[in-house]
Design a protein around this ligand. Structure first.
Ligand SMILES: [Fe+2]
Ligand SMILES: [Fe+2]
Length: 250
């Protein structure tokens, strides 16, 4: 029995011989489809986000959240000697990798967030992490060094962790942000202590990043984030250690 399809897109016959009008888009027998379209599955969405994220991380021309590099307000310091420059670059490479991971965590969480307001909050924070990423990359360039070559690994792993945190529910997801940002802020404090006094440019970047991370954590807490159990917090610290070790060297 023939039914009107209603889609009438390119390649759609308009009439379908099947049980259901939508059969034409499922390739029902008797139709002459040249293209088929289907709803995106969760796996499709993850792969699409992964592709977008990797393209974003590689795209130097992607728009910022609107804030210039804080280092631009700092006069150029005396040239660092070669050994100090390498040490500072290793720190900035770790921070750059952390920002790749931060974006991926937020993207993964946004992918599965239930509440549209939570999703918006996550995506806005991800935009700010992109500013941080760019500032670190610019500083690495000034130091005549390069970002971690393991960026795709940091992005993919963090996207999976973010999605897992998001699947636990929005309040756990917000709690995960609160804890992540707390650990990142502590880490930035440690790097600020390790930076040479004379390196005002790296210092200006990390200080602004720390202020932003503290605000991201506070926002997540105020939006209802639940405190994470200690074993989860400990696991997060161990994962971060692995990333810092790898990014400083590769
Ligand atoms: Fe950040
Ligand atoms: Fe952040």
């Amino acid at each position: 029995m023939e039914k009107a399809c209603g889609h009438k897109g390119q390649g759609c016959p308009g009439i379908v011989a099947g049980r259901d009008a939508r059969d034409c888009h499922r390739g029902a027998p008797g139709t002459k489809l040249t293209s088929m379209k289907r709803d995106m599955t969760p796996a499709d969405r993850v792969l699409a986000a992964l592709g977008r994220g990797l393209a974003l991380a590689a795209d130097r021309n992607a728009p910022l959240a609107g804030r210039g590099n804080p280092a631009a307000r700092t006069p150029p310091a005396d040239a660092l000697d070669a050994a100090t420059r390498r040490e500072v670059a290793a720190l900035m490479r770790v921070n750059h990798a952390g920002e790749v991971a931060a974006q991926a965590l937020y993207h993964g969480q946004a992918l599965v967030a239930r509440d549209p307001a939570t999703r918006q909050q996550l995506l806005k924070a991800a935009d700010e992490e992109r500013d941080h990423l760019r500032w670190c990359e610019e500083r690495l360039h000034e130091l005549d060094d390069h970002p971690s070559r393991l960026q795709p690994l940091w992005y993919a792993g963090s996207l999976a962790i973010g999605a897992a945190a998001g699947l636990a529910g929005d309040r756990w997801s917000l709690g995960f942000i609160d804890e992540t940002e707390r650990q990142v802020s502590e880490h930035l404090g440690e790097h600020l202590r390790r930076l040479p006094e004379s390196d005002g440019r790296s210092r200006a970047i990390l200080e602004q990043m720390r202020r932003d991370e503290e605000r991201h954590g506070r926002d997540a807490r105020e939006a209802g984030g639940r405190p994470l159990p200690e074993p989860v917090r400990g696991l997060m610290r161990q994962v971060a250690k692995v990333m810092k070790f790898g990014a400083a060297r590769i």
